[in-house]
Design a protein around this ligand. Sequence first.
Ligand code: C6P
Length: 419
Amino acid sequence: MHQFIQNSKSENQIFDVKKIRQDFPILNTKVHGKPLVYLDNAATSQKPKVVIDAIQKYYESQNSNVHRGVHFLSDSATNSYEEARDKIKNFINAKSSKEVIYVRGTTEAINLVAHTFVKPKLNEGDNVIVSLMEHHANIVPWQIVCDEKKAKIKIIPINEFGELKVEEVNNLIDEKTKFISLVHISNSLGTINPIKKVIELAHKNNIPILIDGAQSVCHSKIDVQDLGCDFFVFSGHKICAPTGIGILYGKEKLLEAMPPYQGGGDMILQVTFEKTIYNDLPYKFEAGTPNIAGAIGLGVAVEYLQNLGYENINTQESKLLNYATEKFSKLENVRIIGTSKNKASIVSFVMADIHAHDVGTILDQEGVAVRAGHHCTQPVMDYFKIAGTARASFSFYNTLEEVDILEDAVKKGIKIFLG
Ligand code: C6P
C-alpha cells in the first residue's frame, strides 16, 4: 500500500498514480495484445492486492462460520468480520456499529428498506418520491411495494444538462408523501445531486429519506451524521471490495422499529413454535451465513481508500474528468450526455447514430473497457431520446495517457463508421 506525503504541494509526491497502479494486478492485463485501459469503474472497480490478500488469508487460515462456533477458527473469523464492521462504521461516521448492516449490495439494501420500512406505512393513494435519474434498483422496488399498496411514485424531473430540478421537490411533496429515495451520484450522467438540500426538505416535512450512494462512496467522503439521512446504501464492489457485499446504514431507532427482512439463523435470540424472539441490531437483518470473506475484504478496502485520502482521489479524478471532457467536447459527431456543473468522473457519450454496443466493441479492440447501453437507467435514456450511451468512468488509478488512448479509439471508431 502506498504512503502519501501529507501537506506537500507537489502533486507527484502526493499522488503517484504509477505506483498506485502497482497495487492492482489486473491493470497489467493485455487485451487483444494491447494494454488494458479499464474505464468501467462505475460498473465495478478493480481490487487492490491488499484486498485480494485479505480474502486469500481468510480462506487459508480463518475459514469458519461466524457467531456460531466455540472454536479457534470461528473466533478468528468472527473477530475479523466484526472488526470490518467497525472500520465501515468509522468510514461513514455512523454513530454505532448497530447501524451498519451487511447486505449483498445496494439493490438488496433498497429492497430491504422498501419492504420492511416503507411498505407497512403505505396506504392507498400515498406516494413515494424518486428522481428521473435513478438506477432501476431505486425504481423497481418502489414500483413493487407501491403496486401492492395502491400507492404512487412521484418523479423529480431533470433538465437538459442532466441536473436534478431540485426546486420541484417542494411541489411534489404533499401530505401523502411517505418516503423519498434519491441517488447521490447518477451512474449514467455523473451528476452529483444536492442531497443535503433534499434531506433538509424531506425532514422539514417529516418525511424519511434514503440516499443511494452506490456511485458516491468511491468519489467522496461520506459522513452519514453530517448528511442526516435516515438510510444510506452502497455496494462494496464499487469501492475496491469484492462483489456480493454491501452496506445498509440506517438510524438505530428506525432499524430497531423495523421487522426483519428475512428469517433464519443468526437473526434470532430464541425460537419456539409458539414465538420467536429476534436478535439485536445489526444481526436482526443478517439471516443465514453471511459473506464473511466479502465483509473482511470490504473492511480492508475502506482502509485502503482512507489511506489514499479522498482529497487525493478527488484531485486525480477531477483532472481526468476535465481532460476527457475537454477532448470529447472538441470531437465532431460526439455528444456528451450529462453536462451537470457538479459532476463525478463519468463521461457518457453518443457517437452520431451509431449503436452504443458498436462503439463499445470498437473501443474493446483497442483494449479500452467502457460500458455500453442504458446502464440500468432507461428513463434517463428516454428523456434524452437515445437508446443508450457509451460510458467511460474514471477511477483514481486511471491516467491522462489512458484518456488519450480512449480519444484515439473513439476517433478510430468515427472513421470506421462515418468515413
Ligand atoms: N450500477 C453500473 O454499471 P448493485 O448492482 O446492487 O451493486 O448496485 C445497483 C446500483 C444502484 N444504484 C446505482 C446508482 C448504481 O450505479 C448501481 C449499479 C452499475 O452503473 C451496474 S448496473
